[in-house]
Design a protein around this ligand. Structure first.
Ligand code: ATP
Ligand code: MG
Length: 462
């Protein structure tokens, strides 16, 4: 056990002692699953047989701080040695009428009932806190639905009747695909077919919650599996129908793979970070509508970047994605088709750097995306890597010289230009700045007061 774990363990012992043995305090859900898998376990959710009022009373009596974080769900946060623990009273869910939330939560049920309301068997295991030492005593795990055996078989399986469980809450079907991606698991066949039969319920879930799940799916270790499951189950057509035409869309000699396979590969190669993975998913979404075949049978995708941008924007608007994130993804999509080559002049490279800077897209982020996209084209990775490194080294070198990339970097500011011209400001100032910027991007040595005064004077005289 490392120091951090040791300190959590001590804090947990204090909480456990404060609540007394009959509290039946257990760790539940994701933490138990991840711990058994040897994955980095995230938040530790605790559950107890005590009612929230008892949890609060006993914790207070033992001198622990409490925060009533979610009393309507039976949750109290207890703080010990600086660690906060969310403790939820064993609960069952009342009827689900809207496909999203139970009408009521029933507190004071058994641990088994609490586990029975959970979505998947691998998420429906509990471990009494007194056994939370390492090595973990497997036989002490409370596992009424065969979660451990499904973990061993790499299966996501609904707890109970999948048709009923997906009818209660439409988010669970997207979560199933998300866990398949995060854990690299398959979805058990009956559970998978129930997803397809309950798409009408899934349609009732809020887009914000779906977007969170889709993002986790994309950032998982097996995003290809997750995306294929979305396509297979019909969830893809429900939430992201724009992606469907990519499936079966063949390409040209620059690509070894059709569009969808290339897209899956790009997602897989991209660093597991939300903007990069979403951009990987959407960068070629404009290809099917842009596809044309010439007289010689050559396949073209003229202007597909612009169409990808439009579709991405429309999709993100519908999914209510935040502005900052949307801009970051759009910038990656917009610049994915630019490939600076050795033939490019330094000034052409600087013009490209200016475009990235106008879109607030860091060069390194663009580089990460390009590498994934290049690898996913399916020809010699080693060669691609060398070529990419060469491109990046050159762009980095040029960027490090801090060339002026926007008007504010010019040696003469707007006011100085107005003074020089001896006339009122107006749209001409912006035009002149653009002209001067072009000149200094061509030749950065010209970014001096004297040179810019001369160039401005010439421009004003014409
Ligand atoms: P993560 O690593 O993403 O936090 P997690 O398994 O902890 O994974 P949470 O969304 O934090 O997932 O939920 C905690 C637990 O609550 C789950 O493990 C599961 O037991 C239960 N749960 C969460 N959402 C649902 C749901 N929609 N239906 C049924 N049970 C759910
Ligand atoms: Mg969690």
């Amino acid at each position: 056990m490392n120091k951090a774990q040791d300190s959590i363990q001590q804090a947990l012992t204090r909480v456990s002692e404060a609540l007394s043995p009959e509290a039946g305090l257990v760790v539940v859900g994701g933490w138990v699953r991840d711990h058994l898998l040897g994955r980095d376990a995230g938040d530790m959710d605790l559950a107890t047989a005590l009612m929230p009022a008892d949890v609060m009373r006993r914790a207070k009596a033992a001198g622990l701080k409490i925060v009533p974080t979610g009393l309507q769900h039976g949750t109290v946060t207890v703080i010990a040695n600086g660690h906060g623990f969310e403790i939820t009273t064993f609960r069952g869910d009342g009827d689900y009428l809207d496909g999203r939330h139970p009408e009521a939560v029933l507190l004071g049920v058994s641990l088994r009932e609490d586990l029975a309301r959970r979505d998947f068997t691998v998420n429906a295991m509990a471990l009494p806190v007194e056994y939370l030492s390492s090595p973990l005593p497997n036989e002490k795990i409370v596992d009424p639905f065969g979660g451990k055996s499904d973990l061993d078989r790499h299966l996501i399986r609904a707890v109970g009747d999948p048709l009923k469980r997906f009818a209660e809450d439409g988010l669970r079907s997207v979560r199933a695909c998300r866990f398949a991606s995060q854990l690299g698991f398959e979805i058990e066949p009956e559970t998978l077919s129930a997803i397809s039969m309950r798409l009408d319920v899934s349609a009732k879930v809020s887009v914000e919650r779906v977007f969170v799940e889709l993002t986790k799916l994309l950032c998982g270790r097996a995003p290809k599996t997750g995306l294929q499951l979305l396509a297979e189950s019909g969830l893809l057509d429900l939430w992201t129908p724009e992606l469907r035409p990519m499936i079966g869309c063949t390409q040209n000699r620059h690509h070894l793979f059709p569009v969808w396979e290339h897209t899956l590969a790009t997602v897989g190669f991209a660093v597991a970070e939300p903007a990069l993975r979403w951009a990987a998913l959407l960068h070629d979404v404009g290809k099917p509508p842009a596809r044309s075949v010439d007289a010689a049978g050559g396949v073209h995708f003229y202007g597909h970047e612009a169409i990808s941008l439009e579709i991405t924007q429309a999709l993100f608007t519908r999914l209510k994605v935040g502005r900052v994130f949307t801009r970051a993804v759009l910038a990656l999509v917009r610049h994915h088709g630019t490939h600076p080559t050795d033939e490019w002049s330094d000034s052409a490279c600087r013009r490209f750097l200016r475009k990235l800077s106008e879109d607030s897209l860091p060069l390194e982020q663009w580089g990460l995306f390009r590498m994934a996209d290049q690898f996913a084209k399916g020809f010699g990775e080693a060669e691609k890597k060398l070529e990419h490194q060469r491109v990046m080294e050159r762009l980095r070198r040029l960027a490090e010289a801090k060339p002026p990339l926007n008007p504010s970097a010019l040696a003469l500011d707007g006011r100085a230009l107005i003074k020089l011209a001896g006339k009122h400001g107006g749209p001409w100032v912006g035009e002149l700045q653009k002209h001067l910027l072009e000149a200094v991007i061509e030749d950065p040595d010209l970014n001096t007061v004297t040179d810019l005064q001369r160039l401005a004077q010439e421009w004003l005289n014409t």
